[in-house]
Design a protein around this ligand. Structure first.
Ligand code: SF4
Ligand code: SF4
Length: 441
């Protein structure tokens, strides 16, 4: 395929060598998990279990609350200790169902292979995806059944499978492609069938040549699925940038990929789609990368959702003496964490531990008007102007300058020689715009 590129972008330290050759290891069963009721974009779930109740792994703990919502399930079997407020890795605080593990692991008995899964109706496929609690596993956590239900007036012609994993340090998607290529491709074929598209494109960066080769073998000369290999540039894996580089189409300001006939799904989500439709397997576990100079034995780990970060870090040999900063995700788009008691959620792509010298947030200095932030912004924004408008509470003007098109990639902050807190301020400004819109409606 002829590959184009996208505007802007940066080349941060990749850091993938810590874990890219490490096979996915299964975490030993944790003693306790705390499974948050809100793990997706949309309405939080309603719990349907009580304190003291025995639950099996895979059992539904909470029902979806509306269309843009998905249920959550037990990731281990045991007794419900309570439904209480905990520190949440994305929301700060939130309610979670805490389960103390029983003596033996017991699973629900409805997980079984359905050999004719590809012949199911599209509605039944979507229903299984929703019932399994799927939300985008690349980190966006948008309910998958909603993304696979575009309105009739949005004609989708292309599905893109996102195996780019451009975020530095993270290798979970890379390992998934090497170790589960068949499941991922089966999931992608289901996604294409649900959307009714004839064209599927798998996007992978060329720092994962082994994954390209494996996926190519499994595609096996399929006419309607092709692989697009991209040069390494951050944020190549962001939806809009991936679409631009693959199809040379631009998502309009304020619009969605479906507005230009495209749906993008992450490789981890595709595997979960296959598990949900072909096996009725709920989303109870995920693969994450545990890495950084602050971790003694960096690994890729399959862990139950709800596992405290501490258990996973212990499984990876613990922290080094110089470990300082905890991030959920990668260094560019990850979220800082106050401690290791927070649980793994559906969107946890990694746990990154950095040393003090790598993580020190330096004080802001005056902008020197070098223009670098403008040059690298993949969304064609003026980061320095937006920051000034947010600082001065001129939110309407920031909205006029398309602040909501910021994808929070952090490229502007990364490149800024004056350490301006650009992405942080713009993120704050976006929240203010959302609040103002809510008030006005
Ligand atoms: S303004 Fe937003 S989209 Fe542009 S570089 Fe900064 S974080 Fe990325
Ligand atoms: S990169 Fe930093 S110093 Fe340069 S124009 Fe942008 S905000 Fe100012």
């Amino acid at each position: 395929m002829k590959i184009k590129s996208f505007h802007g972008g940066v080349h941060p330290f990749e850091g993938k060598e810590f874990t890219e050759k490490k096979k996915i290891e299964i975490l030993p069963l944790p003693g306790t998990v705390s499974i948050p009721l809100a793990q997706h974009i949309g309405a939080p779930t309603n719990p349907i279990v009580e304190k003291g109740q025995e639950v099996k792994a895979g059992e539904k703990l909470a029902e979806a609350n509306g269309y843009i919502s998905v249920p959550v399930h037990a990731s281990i079997s045991g007794k419900v200790k309570g439904i209480e407020d905990i520190d949440h890795p994305v929301a700060g605080r939130g309610k979670a169902v805490t389960i103390v593990a029983g003596e033996s692991e017991e699973w629900i008995d409805t997980i079984r292979e359905d050999k004719n899964y590809f012949d199911l109706s599209v509605d039944e496929m979507r229903n299984r995806i929703r019932e399994a609690g799927l939300a985008g596993m690349g980190g966006a956590t948008f309910p998958t059944h909603v993304k696979l239900s575009p309105p009739p007036d949005k004609k989708i012609d292309t599905a893109i499978l996102n195996g780019v994993e451009c975020e530095p340090y993270l290798t979970a998607d890379h390992r998934l492609m090497l170790e589960y290529p068949e499941d991922i491709l089966n999931g992608f074929r289901l996604i294409m069938k649900i959307l009714g598209v004839q064209r599927g494109i798998i996007g992978i960066e060329n720092n994962k040549r082994d994954a390209v080769e494996v996926m190519r073998q499994y595609i096996n000369n399929s006419n309607n699925i092709k692989i697009a290999v991209f040069p390494v540039k951050y944020p190549q894996g962001a939806e809009k940038q991936l679409i631009k580089a693959t199809l040379n189409r631009e998502v309009p300001s304020g619009g969605l990929p479906m507005d230009i006939g495209v749906v993008v799904q992450n490789v981890g989500t595709a595997k979960a789609v296959y598990d949900a439709v072909a096996h009725r397997r709920p989303l109870t576990h995920r693969v994450l990368t545990v890495t950084g100079s602050g971790i003694r034995e960096p690994k890729n780990v399959l862990a139950p959702i709800g596992t405290p970060f501490q258990d996973i870090v212990d499984f990876c040999g613990g922290l080094t003496e110089k470990a300082s900063k905890i991030i959920m995700g990668g260094p560019m788009m990850g979220i800082s964490q106050p401690h290791l008691k927070v649980p793994v959620v559906k969107g946890t792509s990694g746990i990154l531990i950095l040393e003090e010298k790598e993580s020190h947030l330096r004080p802001e200095e005056p902008c020197i008007n070098c223009g670098r932030c403008v040059l690298v912004c993949p969304s064609h924004l003026l980061p320095t102007t937006l920051q000034m408008l947010v600082y001065n509470e001129r939110i309407e003007e920031a909205e006029d300058l398309h602040i909501m098109d910021c994808i929070e990639c952090g490229s502007c902050s990364y490149i800024c020689p004056a350490n301006r807190y650009l992405v942080q301020t713009i993120r704050h400004g976006k929240r203010q715009v959302i609040q103002a819109r809510k008030k006005a409606s």
